[in-house]
Design a protein around this ligand. Sequence first.
Ligand SMILES: Cc1cc2nc3c(=O)[nH]c(=O)nc-3n(C[C@H](O)[C@H](O)[C@H](O)COP(=O)(O)O)c2cc1C
Length: 274
Amino acid sequence: MRTGEFVRSGAGAFAHQGRHFDIAGRFTTPRGPQGHPVVIQAGESDAGREFAAADADVIFSKYNRLDEARAFYRDVKGRLARHGRSPDELKVIPTATVVVADTDEEAAAYADEITRAQVSPQTAIAHLEAVWGRDLSVYDPDGPLPDVDPEPDSLILKGHSVFRKGRAETARKWRELAEERGLSIRELVIEVHGGQTFVGGPRTVADAIDHFVQTDGADGFVLVPHLTPGGLDDLVDRVVPLLQERGVFREDYTGTTLRDHLGLRPRTPVKEDA
Ligand SMILES: Cc1cc2nc3c(=O)[nH]c(=O)nc-3n(C[C@H](O)[C@H](O)[C@H](O)COP(=O)(O)O)c2cc1C
């Protein structure tokens, strides 16, 4: 066995020798009904996308604006062939929040109310501190952005994907946006972090979700309720039936495992000897 290689052999025996572990033994639990577990990759650097293209079944996406989502989708799907895989072997799944009301106008007002409740004045300052890497508690959330520059070496939230391009650049972009639109700290944070993905009456939301998927923005969504409990009720009761009517949402489960529900094919385990 080469160093770093993970080998399973008959009846659940395994052995691994690498930089961090040197282990051998026997699994005491049987393989799950779905065979290989569903591997979900959360990350969007070049290395993260490549890792997903080579090995994952699902990649999360942080993009829920359609143009950005489609660029991400095209990029990751385009990487699969190099790894001997077809595009449908990796599902691209962003998170989405959905706010439904009787009319588009009512839904917009309700979404605005929810977003303001989620981004309280304190939350707005905390978001800003994560980028600036320093204590900003003396600043007024309803006032302009701080005139001090971010602390480049602060350890607060290092590694978070927002900061990949660097604190200074994120701060510069946020300042530009705030100045251009005359936004306070809280309004800016709502603009950047807040906001619900799909907002409208049931038909508007069904159209938007369907359009997002049909035009290659995503293969599906991780739905995040905007309120707990009950935050998905309107979606389930009023939008899902419309999606089912147009044949883009299942009416019944066709399998019993997560792998089945995601429409993923069975996958061969890492390596198996007879
Ligand atoms: C869209 C997206 C979703 C993520 N979801 C999670 C998560 O659910 N749990 C978690 O611990 N980290 C999550 N992360 C954080 C990443 O796993 C982490 O920042 C990782 O180091 C980023 O990898 P990258 O260098 O490829 O961007 C997520 C990151 C992104 C971009």
